[in-house]
Design a protein around this ligand. Structure first.
Ligand SMILES: [Zn+2]
Ligand SMILES: [Zn+2]
Length: 371
């Protein structure tokens, strides 16, 4: 069995990702070795770099949106065999925490992780893996229950997107704040996650899907993915405009507002654009000292009088073993668009370029394809 590979690794705070040789220990009990076929480049990988490792010890193998083929299954793994196509989940429920014990794994406190088994070849240092995955690598080792089998017909260079951006957005509309048929929905922030929220709202038969962003290109994407209206928040007050667009003579506002930016002001806007008894959902990752201010008592839009709800979605509150095959099926049926989510394919050596492109706002997703 091949135990060596190449990986995009952060070696120290403030340094760029560098492609280096790695060595793998064999997969332990309940683990699998996966040869990667493709990996999406997600904003969280850039955050790991810009936030000095986000609490992980260096060196760090980047990447958490990967798909590939099982190469070897460790002891006790019966549901996977070599050659099986899989998408790697970073949030496979632990089966032990209080939420899992009461049969509510979508609220699992933690996720299953493999033992550290990837080494930097030059000095044998053990590597951390972003979100327990490490998919910017030709091969990696993950927990077997985090490797979710895909249908044979599913192209893995699309399937990888399911692992993070797509399940986060679609899952928010299905699991965190289930959108009902006919609901009015607003989506603030139309990057990869926001566009997936739009697709989720479309799949849930929302009657209005209002996309809000400050970037005209992203609003064009939003319309293509199913937004019925677009609002450029740089040109107009987003809350006022959304309330106008949804004014049906009763109570302007949306039943669901999804925030996919992590910007506190956008969370406040999401709450203020709700119709009576609507639900706002915070998806974007905040910084450590971020906070929001919510008015309670305004008779029209105050949190109390409007009977608002505010929820947080972690990765679409996904249950990967259920959700990933469902999303693959929706893709194969032509109902979930993954093809147009991919702006370009790149090689492993171009991770830093992908980070740069992400900062310009010109890409939905760059996807690394491994040969
Ligand atoms: Zn759990
Ligand atoms: Zn991600």
């Amino acid at each position: 069995m091949e135990r060596e590979g190449r990986a995009a690794v952060l070696s120290a705070p403030g340094e760029p990702a560098e492609v280096i040789d790695i060595r793998l220990d064999p997969p332990g009990p309940g683990e699998v070795q996966v040869r990667l076929a493709a990996s999406g480049v997600c904003h969280t990988d850039l955050s790991v770099k810009s936030l000095n490792g986000m609490g992980m010890a260096f060196p760090i193998v980047l990447g958490h949106e990967g798909a590939g083929y099982v190469e070897e299954a460790g002891e006790g793994v019966t549901h996977l065999k070599p050659g099986d196509p899989v998408v790697i989940a970073y949030r496979a429920p632990c089966e032990q925490c209080p939420a899992c014990r009461r049969g509510d794994p979508r609220r699992c406190y933690m996720a299953l992780r493999p033992k550290p088994r990837l080494h930097r070849k030059s000095d044998d240092a053990l590597c951390a893996q972003v979100l327990r995955c490490g998919t910017f690598a030709t091969r990696t080792i993950v927990h077997a229950k985090a490797a979710i089998k895909m249908p044979e017909a599913m192209p893995l260079d699309r399937a990888c997107l399911i692992a993070c951006g797509v399940v986060t957005g679609v899952g928010a509309t299905m699991n965190t704040s289930p959108v009902w048929a006919g609901a009015r929905v607003a989506v603030i922030g139309c990057g990869g996650v926001g566009l997936s929220v739009i697709q989720g709202a479309r799949l849930r038969h929302a009657s209005r899907i209002i996309a809000v962003d400050v970037n005209p290109r992203k609003l064009e994407w939003a319309a293509k993915f199913g937004a019925t209206d677009v609002v450029n928040a740089r040109e107009t007050d987003a809350v006022t405009r959304v309330r106008e667009l949804t004014d049906d003579g009763w109570d302007g506002g949306v039943d669901f507002a999804f925030e996919a930016t992590g910007i506190p002001a956008c969370i406040e806007q999401a709450v203020r654009m709700l119709a009576y008894a609507g639900t706002a959902t915070n998806i974007g990752l905040p910084a450590a000292d971020d906070s929001v201010t919510l008015n309670l008592g305004d008779m029209a839009t105050g949190f109390y009088w409007n009977k608002a709800a505010l929820r947080v979605s972690h990765a679409g509150d996904t249950l990967p073993a259920h959700d990933f095959p469902l999303l693959a099926q929706l893709y194969l049926q032509g109902r979930l668009d993954l093809d147009d989510m991919i702006t370009r394919y790149i090689g492993l050596d171009h991770v830093e370029d992908a980070f740069h492109e992400m900062e310009t706002g010109n890409v939905i997703r760059s996807v690394i394809r491994f040969e």
